[in-house]
Design a protein around this ligand. Sequence first.
Ligand code: AHG
Ligand code: MN
Ligand code: MN
Length: 328
Amino acid sequence: MENSRIDLPIGVTLDRFIKSKESEYPTAVGAFSQLLRDIALAAKVVNRELNKAGLIDIMGSAGMSNSGGDEQKKLDLLANTRFIRALSKGGEVCGIISEESESFIDLENNGKYIVAIDPIDGSSNIDVNVSVGTIFSIYKRISAINSPLIESDFLQKGRCQIAAGYILYSTSTMLVFSTGKGVNGFTYEQTLGEFVLSNANILCNETGNIYSVNEGISNSIIDVKVKKYIQYCKDKEYTARYIGSLAADIHRNLLLGGIYLYPATKKYPSGKLRLMFESNALAFVIEQAGGKATNGEINILDIQPTSIHQTSPLYIGSKQMVDKIGIE
Ligand code: AHG
Ligand code: MN
Ligand code: MN
């Protein structure tokens, strides 16, 4: 990554950052900037709701399941509503897919952008006050405007993302994203109500000594090369770290160097993580930071999705560690 990307001082607000980068996007500049602002606004609203969890009745199950069969928490649905509302209002986004919504949402406007979103990632951690996230991808609409959206507007390869990122609600709240020119992280300054540049031009170390996998699935991993790799990590006495919120696990490994693995298992033969709502966005960010993401065979960003809620194995993080899987 070129150092020329570090051209704005730490402490600059997200708004100013976006404005200063507009010259890098010759078309639809204003609309794209507004879309990023809409995401930041929804993040602030969700952050506010999450901070109240425990004090008001927004924790626990909503008593329903999503299309992946996961139990939906009240906060999953609340965050879903908040993001959809923020994205609908601006008019820049014409269509949304969400982990919490069965089918695509056609906003029936002339917006140029499609958004894929996991409103709350790591929702099993909500009720126990452990870090959760929001993961998002932005694509350009493919079909002609003034016509109804079609599924192929959404089923785009991760490589087609024009921006992607995540929000991490943790010791502090952070927005980390890439528009395809490196990765930058912004920390939410509560008293100002602003995201402020805190981690400019984030780079992922080529290698590391952290491995992140749910050890409880060890015996049901299907791919032998993955089993061997996990044993290799143990032989090397790498440090095991696993939060159970993908965005948080990836964020740590992005900053410190490491690998995250969610392989195919007997319970989840095609992997558990959703390509369109989780893996693509994080793969885009990691690759922009110099890391790598695969499904064990090909780069995550090169997978042609065939359905909105499809899952895939995910191996993501420091490049050399991901490359090591499968090498005896
Ligand atoms: P979500 O809360 O959006 O359903 O995502 C949960 C995901 C991901 O965040 C996490 O890394 C993984 O599921 C954890 O799965 P296990 O509990 O099977 O380890
Ligand atoms: Mn998730
Ligand atoms: Mn989720």
